[in-house]
Design a protein around this ligand. Structure first.
Ligand SMILES: Cc1cc2nc3c(=O)[nH]c(=O)nc-3n(C[C@H](O)[C@H](O)[C@H](O)COP(=O)(O)OP(=O)(O)OC[C@H]3O[C@@H](n4cnc5c(N)ncnc54)[C@H](O)[C@@H]3O)c2cc1C
Length: 312
């Protein structure tokens, strides 16, 4: 396999490297030499942390007010401008990565290969289609590769063990296409949904926001779990839409996934079926969720969940 030079986008909040970056590094190292781009403002600590990630051979730091909030309209031209020196650009398939990478692909006039699950060759990848029911093997013949990585499919690179230099670069700055107005960041003591080791998710059966809170949250708190939901629960307003697990929500693969009052529609399974152990609580013994559950409890959740919570 010819060694490529790969540019990765480091996801961060100007203070710390986000976990999704570590899986991205693992995927990128399978292609070649990995150079990490940290774009932000006041994010020197992020660049220093990125330089410690095992497998990263160089860090580029671009600091500018235009990059402070990771606006894709500003970050994408910065990346596209650097790509003359790289064979591939790789970003995590997170909300932000999925915002930036297609813009980079468009600016380079190449296609994007989305949500790769594995690297099969220098230009050959597997990726899910039909909500994960078919795994396609795809080859790109474009002159530059633009990839997003399904982060649950790759092990996380060690955050320490590397030690490389940080090089400061300048970028084109504000593209004048969008401006930052504000951010409402949900703050929670609970682990983040996509990186939690245990996830408790509730479905339509939880009835309303107050019941969801009263039944699901105590169990999640006892287990130190992240909280997720089906789309039906989100659409009915029980929880905000960043809780949604599934094809049009978040993809999770925790050690333990507990589905409470969730039927197991394929669009939901697409977001959680790679979880190591799946536990389902549902009063309908024919619910499709039981076909993929490792442990199934046919019970009324309003009795079973408080019981379980009390026993933990
Ligand atoms: C294009 C598209 C994209 C979609 N994307 C997503 C997605 O990303 N994520 C997602 O989740 N869905 C998604 N959906 C919706 C999906 O098809 C289902 O409608 C949804 O997942 C159903 O949610 P649910 O399981 O909570 O509700 P339901 O299917 O209504 O299931 C509720 C379950 O609760 C059980 N139940 C009821 N009362 C109790 C009780 N007292 N105790 C125990 N069990 C009880 C019932 O037996 C039932 O199995 C998508 C659909 C489309 C068309």
């Amino acid at each position: 396999m010819r060694e490529m030079t790969v540019l990765i986008w480091v996801e961060h909040d100007n203070a710390a490297v986000k976990d999704a970056t570590l899986a991205t590094v693992t995927a990128a190292t399978q292609l070649g030499e990995v150079v990490a781009l940290v774009a932000g403002q006041g994010c020197g600590a992020v660049a220093a942390a990125a330089a410690n990630i095992a497998g990263v051979s160089r860090v580029l730091l671009a600091e500018d007010e235009a990059y402070a909030h990771g606006l894709a309209d500003n970050v994408a031209p910065l990346i596209a401008g650097l790509m003359a020196d790289y064979d591939a650009f790789v970003a995590p398939a997170t909300t932000s990565g999925k915002n930036i990478a297609p813009r980079v692909a468009a600016l380079l006039d190449v296609m994007q290969v989305s949500e790769i699950l594995s690297v099969e060759g220098p230009r050959t990848f597997t990726r899910p289609i039909y909500a994960g029911n078919v795994i396609a093997t795809v080859e790109s013949r474009d002159p530059k590769l633009v990839l997003t990585v399904r982060t649950t499919a790759f092990a996380k690179a060690a955050p320490t063990g590397g030690s490389t230099t940080v090089e400061t670069i300048a970028g084109p700055g504000d593209a004048g296409l969008s401006s930052f107005v504000g951010a409402q960041i949900a703050s929670s003591e609970r682990p983040e949904l996509t990186s939690a080791k245990v996830v408790v998710s509730g479905g339509r059966a939880l009835k309303d926001a107050a019941t969801f809170e009263a039944v699901i949250l105590p169990l999640a708190d006892k287990l130190g779990a992240g909280v997720g939901a089906s789309r039906a629960a989100v659409d009915a307003g029980y929880v905000p839409n960043d809780y949604q697990v599934g094809q049009t929500g978040k993809i999770v693969a925790p050690e333990v996934y507990i589905a409470v009052g969730i039927s197991g529609a394929i669009q939901h399974l697409a977001g959680m079926k790679d979880s190591k152990t799946i536990i389902a609580i549902n009063k309908d013994e024919d619910a499709p969720i039981f076909q993929i559950a490792d442990i199934g409890l046919v019970a009324d959740l309003f009795e079973a969940v408080p019981d379980l919570t009390a026993k933990l």
